[in-house]
Ligand binder design. Structure first.
Ligand code: IMP
Ligand code: MG
Length: 179
């Protein structure tokens, strides 16, 4: 297990992330209706979602936002595979165009859980926006990012909202932990 004092080696810089999010928002405005509601999956996506909604505003969109807190990792670097709902959204999604926002798409279990929940409540459309995806790791064929910031190698990454044992979320860049 890596220590939570190690300094992660940089993978994506602050400037690289910021540039890509502006481009993603311009991609989203081409495809999505104007009055979408983002459902950001917590905790990991809070930094990305905060930057994405402002980039969406600059691109001409006026999204609404809600938050769904789920967990699958426990304190380690391997997902337990079992997704738990910790806190539900408060808005109604029936008939709405929803964009699920997550930090990273790995096995797809978290987004599978969230998509099924929102679909069961009668959302009109559900799109997925993720900052990162670990290429080739998704186990759910119908779960894929409609908007993907970066495809990254199969390494455990932290920063920009992503954690290791609930540490490193405040790191302004995305880095890799050794070990
Ligand atoms: P999935 O459910 O396997 O797709 O995993 C997605 C969730 O696991 C993400 O929302 C993250 O919270 C977490 N996760 C997956 N890979 C990493 C990583 O490399 N660093 C930190 N968290 C990760
Ligand atoms: Mg997460």
């Amino acid at each position: 297990m890596p220590s939570t004092n190690a300094i992660p080696s940089p993978l994506l810089s602050e400037a690289t992330i910021a540039d890509r999010i502006e481009t993603m928002a311009r991609e989203m405005v081409q495809t999505l209706p104007q009055d979408v509601m983002l459902v950001a999956l917590l905790k990991g996506s809070f930094v990305f979602a905060a930057d994405l909604i402002r980039a969406m505003h600059r691109a001409g969109m006026r999204p609404q936002v809600d938050f769904l807190t789920i967990g699958s990792y426990g304190a380690g670097t391997k997902s337990s595979g079992k997704v738990t709902l910790h806190r539900d959204i408060t808005e109604a999604v029936e008939g709405r165009d929803i964009v699920l926002v997550d930090d990273i798409l790995e096995s797809g279990g978290s987004l599978r859980f969230a998509k099924d929940l929102i679909a069961a409540r009668g959302a009109k459309t559900i799109h997925i926006a993720v900052l990162l995806e670990k290429a080739g790791k998704c186990k759910h064929p119908d779960i894929k990012g409609d908007f993907v910031g970066f495809s990254i190698p199969d390494r455990f990454v932290v920063g920009y909202g992503l954690d290791y044992a609930n540490s490193y979320r405040e790191l302004p860049y995305i880095g890799m932990l050794e070990g």
